[in-house]
Each structure stands twice: as structure tokens, then as C-alpha cells.
Design a protein around this ligand. Sequence first.
Ligand SMILES: NC(=[NH2+])NCCC[C@H](N)C(=O)O
Length: 411
Amino acid sequence: MTSPVHVTSEIGTLKTVLLKRPGKEVENLTPDIMGRLLFDDIPYLPEIQREHDFFAKTLQDNGVETIYLETLAAEALDAGNVKEEFLEKMLDESALVSSTLHAALKEYLLSMETQDMIDKIMAGVRTNEIDYKSNALVDLSSSEDYPFFMDPMPNLYFTRDPAASMGDGLTINRMTFAARRRESLFMEYIMEYHPRFANKGVNVWRSRNHLDRMEGGDELILNDHVLAIGISQRTSARSIEELAQVLFAKHSGFDKILAIKIPSNRAMMHLDTVFTMIDYDKFTIHPGIQDNGGNVDTFILEPGKDNHINISHRTDLQNVLREVLKVPELILIPVGNGDAVVAPREQWNDGSNTLAIAPNTVVTYNRNYVSNEVLRSYGIKVIEVISAELSRGRGGPRCMSMPIVREDLKK
Ligand SMILES: NC(=[NH2+])NCCC[C@H](N)C(=O)O
């Protein structure tokens, strides 16, 4: 039986991708909370939706099936008859102050159609939506008028992060920040109950029930044997080692992981903000992750004797990639042409966050025009999408897409 999840590279022709159309959650941001919710500005909803629809249409026009997180989530709950169970878990994870509020929100949300309930949970629940007066001391004594009972989840349109396809399976991730932690619950239920995925042999290599963090923006599938995973603000070294244990023991097909250490800061939160694969022998790179000699700390994890993991340390990333990919030459293309102003500007707007939809063909933001021209000068086919509002969330085409099926690469 072929698995409904199948991704053995970053660049194989993209067949099916998971998206989330930005909804009210991106408008439920205020200057007071946007920093905590990992936004730098507040998108204009009709425009961000128009841009996202354009992104989806671009993928469809190139033969990609687009499926939507919000739709699959509602279908999964109905198919599994688990609407109430899901809601209970979601409320448990929503930092509610009291059990009476829990009960009130449960009644409010459960009375909705499943799709409306999902959309509402994603958008957030305002305090003025239900008639509820808290008698908890924390509320009675609080001088702050916080407007939400349940916070919005504005980062959901970055479907790449809460889960990541890997071979015939995926990781469902424990997210770093509380602002995004509930997001991966949707994927857990989709894999468990949606008829497209449930009981179809999809391996969950790592579940969200871990203490250590991992996010899909750090997880790159270099080929059917080799992964690159960022040690970053969002993914810990420990979780990479834990994942390696599982992948090596369970005959996943993956027998090498390059753990690439990148600076831990907001601009470079995930490996895919500074490094993405474009072709068999080409990558984008933000020069900011290399030292003056072009070095990057890279650790190679491989299966050793008796379930041990052998780890070797290298700094010559370019050579390491050339060796593991078995290509005669390997090209690292600098975002913004490496210019001292253009590179950090375009990287900030995800100039190196390319989404390959086939070898040598990428989707990128139009605003990163310098990087796009550099890519074209290497003979790469660059398909641009509009990006004024989408980029305000600090994620690009790769972050906004979670491949479900890619064609295998020809050997
Ligand atoms: N794979 C990525 N680079 N995702 C970008 C996610 C951006 C999001 N605002 C966050 O901070 O989490």
C-alpha cells in the first residue's frame, strides 16, 4: 500500500501540499500581544487572503493539489466522531483560568457546526463573546483587561512548522513557544481520524508529546537517506538525537542526519530561513550563518553499533553536502547577492525561504527581487508570488506549505 504521506526529498515534483488560508486569527492581533504571538506587524486581512489565494493558485496551476488544514481538521473530527474529545484537549491546552470558564467555553464551542468550531478556535475567543463572569481570584484582582479567553493562532498559515513529512511518515511537533504549541493538535487528529490518512500506515516518527522542541522549518529532506536539521531557536540538539534514534531503529530509510547549528535569533529562527534546497546541487544560503572562512558547525549523526549513534563534527558545510549528495560540485547561492544591506533585508523577508516544486524550479516572494535575479542567473526557474502582507508574519513560501506527497527523484 502506498502511504498517503510520501516525501523523500526537498525538490521532487510537488504533488500535494497542505496549506492554511489566513483567517480572522491574523486580525485578532494588537500591538500589545503581537510580539508574544510572533508577529512584527498586523496584516490586512482581505489583502493577505488575496495573496494567499494567489500562492495557492500558483501551485495549482503548476499541477499541485492543495489541501487545507482547516478543512481536514473539521472532516477528521466528524469522521472520527471526536469533536468533543478534541475540544476538551484544546481547552486543556489553552491556559484557561478556571474550570467554570472551561465549561462555559465548551458549551459555546460545542454548539457550533464542526467547521465553525475549528475556525473559531483558530481565530480565538474574545471575552465579550460569551456571558461569563469569573469569580477566580486571579481575575477579580487583575487590573488588566485582556481581550481573549482563548488566544488567536495567527501563525497557522505557516503549516510547515507544526508537522513535517519525512519519508512515509511525519513528525508532529512540540513547538517552542506557547503561542504556537496548540497548533500541532490539529495535525495529530488529522492523522489519527481523517479517512485520507487514518490507518493507512503513516508513521509518526515523533509525536507532540515530548518535552524537547522541534519545528518543521528546521527539518529538511535532502534525499531518501539524508536529512538536514537545524539546531536553532526552535529545535534542540536533544530532540534531533532522539529523532535519529527512532529513524535509525525503525528502518525509516534515513541513515544520516546533518545537524546544522545556526544562530539562535528571531531573524534566523529556523534553518529554512537561511538555507533551502533548490536543485540536486544548489542551495540558497544566508551568508550570516557562515563565519569568515565560510564555515558552519555541522554534526553528522549515523547509526553505530548496538543502537549507538556516531557523531562527527565538521565545519565545511559545502563539502559535507557535496559528499552526502554525491554531486561533483555544489553551489551555495547567497541571498541578496551577499550585499551588506540587501542580504539581511531580503533574508528578513524570507528571500532564502524558497519552495522547490520540482528540481531547479522554485516559488519565491516577488519583493526579494535581488535574490530572485541571482537565482535566475544560475539558470533556476523562479516563480514569484505577491508578498506585501504575507511576509509580515516572518515566513516565506517554504514556511507556508507542508508537502504531503512529492514524486521520488530519479536516480
Ligand atoms: N518555517 C519557518 N521559517 N516558519 C516561519 C514561522 C514564522 C512565525 N511567525 C514564527 O515565529 O513561528
